[in-house]
Design a protein around this ligand. Structure first.
Ligand code: CA
Length: 261
């Protein structure tokens, strides 16, 4: 089992270890049951309806597609048998499908069921948080879990202070222009902003819990912890949108958003 990157950094002294052990013992495990008991349910959707066409608001219940209007002739989001089935027209739209819903918490979680149905070789579901009012970052990208079918993995990423930071993007671009490569300090920084955990993927339904707890992003599947990443960007004060991104096909059901504060 791989050790989360931050855990290695924290475990620099015995006193830090003991301090962490005390914290772990005092706090209950924050699984889906913990959120049901301790957090406020601010949104839920089981997709038991039909969509209304292919447009921006066709999914209904407050969902919006950021990419529907690029390819109005193609249905990318299909409500079928009570499931949100997404088939991203990535090539035609020049962009992977992005679907989002208002969230609005600092600390909280999203729970859902997902399935990578095995219809395409590049299936990947991106689940995370966006704040378009955050001006230090490209398109408001804060942080995500990337669930990839082949090879099976789940990557946690702090986009806000990593690859989507305007400062990081500008430094990378300047470096490429000046020397043909991204500056070494930026390469080193970006390595600290993401961590990939192995996950045995299949084409079945799974329960996902993605939780933000201060500066920690935590992911579990089917009630079992996959891993967590500690990074300053996750502490952004407002996760304004829940956002899904797609490369090809992924299915989603039973989305719930929980707010702790
Ligand atoms: Ca359903």
């Amino acid at each position: 089992m791989s050790l989360p990157r931050h855990a290695a950094a924290v475990a620099t002294s015995i006193s830090a270890l003991l301090f962490n052990a005390a914290l772990k013992a005092a706090e209950p495990v924050q699984d889906a049951g913990w959120y049901k008991k301790n957090a406020t349910l601010i949104f839920e959707d089981s997709f038991d309806r039909e969509e209304t066409g292919n447009g921006l608001k066709a999914i209904g219940n407050g969902w919006e597609s950021a990419t529907a209007d690029r390819v109005p002739q193609i249905k990318q989001a299909d409500l079928d048998q009570g499931i949100l089935k997404v088939a991203s027209a990535t090539k035609e739209a020049g962009h992977g499908a992005h679907i989002h819903h208002d969230a609005g918490f600092q600390d909280g979680a999203v729970s859902l069921r997902f399935k990578l149905p095995g219809l395409n070789p590049d299936e990947r579901l991106q689940v995370g948080f966006v704040d378009r009012e955050c001006k230090t970052v490209h398109a408001g990208h804060l942080g995500y879990a990337f669930i990839t079918a082949k090879p099976g993995s789940i990557m946690l990423k702090d986009s806000k202070t990593g690859s989507m930071s305007l400062e990081v993007k500008n430094r990378s671009e300047e470096g490429r222009k000046a020397t043909g490569k991204v500056p070494d300090d930026i390469v080193a920084l970006l390595k600290t902003k993401e961590f990939s955990f192995s996950w045995a993927s299949d084409t079945e339904w799974h329960d996902l819990l993605l939780a933000v707890d201060k500066d920690v992003l935590r992911v579990s599947v089917d009630g079992k912890s996959i891993g967590e990443l500690k990074s300053e960007g996750f502490a952004h004060p407002v996760k304004r949108w829940l956002s899904f991104g797609f490369l090809s096909t992924a299915w989603i059901d039973d989305v719930r958003i929980w707010k702790v504060r």
